[in-house]
Design a protein around this ligand. Sequence first.
Ligand SMILES: NC(=O)c1ccc[n+]([C@@H]2O[C@H](COP(=O)([O-])OP(=O)(O)OC[C@H]3O[C@@H](n4cnc5c(N)ncnc54)[C@H](O)[C@@H]3O)[C@@H](O)[C@H]2O)c1
Length: 451
Amino acid sequence: MAVIAQKCPKIKVTVVDINPKRIADWNDEDLDKLPIYEPGLKEVVAEARGRNLFFSTDVDAAIKEAQMIFISVNTPTKTYGKGKGMAADLKYVELCARQIAAVATDDKIVVEKSTLPVRTAQAIRSILDNVGNGVKYQILSNPEFLAEGTAIDDLHNADRVLIGGDHHTSEGQAAMDALANIYAHWLPKERILQTNVWSSELSKLTANAFLAQRVSSINALSALCEKTGADVEEVARAIGSDSRIGPKFLKASVGFGGSCFQKDILNLVYICRSLGLQEVADYWEQVIIMNDYQKRRFAENIISTLYNTVSGKKIAFLGWAFKKDTNDTRETAAMYVASILMEDNAEIHIYDPKVTKQQMISDLEYLTASQHHSITTSQIKEQLHVHSDPYLATENAHSIALLTEWDEFKTYDWQLIYDEMMKPAFVFDGRNILNAKELKAIGFKLYQIGK
Ligand SMILES: NC(=O)c1ccc[n+]([C@@H]2O[C@H](COP(=O)([O-])OP(=O)(O)OC[C@H]3O[C@@H](n4cnc5c(N)ncnc54)[C@H](O)[C@@H]3O)[C@@H](O)[C@H]2O)c1
């Protein structure tokens, strides 16, 4: 929304949220206090805020005033009842639809910006038409393809924008064109694709499933490389040079995290199962199974390398965010690795340039409720140590696990870090951050995924 406001100065954009703290942070004079860290974002907000970009908690007023409403609320995996652990929880979307229906007094275009299961627009339509004040609604699907860490660039130079709507009526087509005209302020028309609503909803889930599938495919091969002496980076380069395959998303890693991949694939699997497509569901579910395996394999490899126990040992984590250039930690591989090591009584010392201690604690507390992890809140209190200095985090550590590929890690004085570590000193590199030769030259025993 900030980028729309930046690129369309004549359109008034009001972002509303029921969380007053978030809105207060978006309005903070100090742009370093924006609730999301994202390169380039604060410059965009600085340009548009107060001009045509506003942040408010007055949801009703914003609904009344708007001609177009983007529903962008969270759609997490359900944690209760039917579809628990698989289906998308649509209660926040439903509440939005009900609020729009209750408040709107003139015709609106309602845009699904959240990632939603295919055919959600039907549910939104049913609520709007049955609860509403008789006003007319056009419902469009406009899924978001940006990636955190590169969001601003992804929006400024989007490969494509997808708009799903009702081609068959003139009102439907007009609504699609109205939304297309917004993006046409900065994107070439041929990158703005129009489809039917169901194709658009399904394309978002499918895009994430394909991307995550590539990560799981290369990670599966990393396990095979370890057993055979092949080098997964060399294999990735060799296959990625084939133009039919392409080089992107072929980097072996400790596993994908983030709020979207897992949630969206689980949702896809759930939809397939609900529709009786068992084989299709099983096929996509394997992407998640492989990802869980990779995270566990990484943690277990640390334990086995450190002579089969990490009890009482200091393990330094460089990085906690699920990827570089974001402070988002949802589903970060780091928390799963930490939990497995803490179950083995390790002392975890973490440094991340953007993630707060409170966030790390709440991530781990989320795992205490999971049936697959048995860490307790008192273990979190006693075994988790958060540092604001990477050199203190790694001092006297038995090993370092590189969990996020922050660029600043490459600039450290690795000789100094090595000198201050327990020997033999190990680095577990799930993200290929360091130059292996340099590390070896100074005496680290380097464990790299795939080698
Ligand atoms: N984060 C991403 O990179 C990304 C990328 C593409 C798509 N998406 C999709 O976008 C959606 C939102 O993701 P997110 O990461 O921004 O989630 P988020 O949890 O960070 O933000 C959702 C916000 O919605 C607010 N909210 C909930 N109910 C509300 C209501 N009734 N009225 C007003 N505000 C309400 C919450 O307070 C919260 O601030 C999800 O469906 C996600 O799958 C996210």
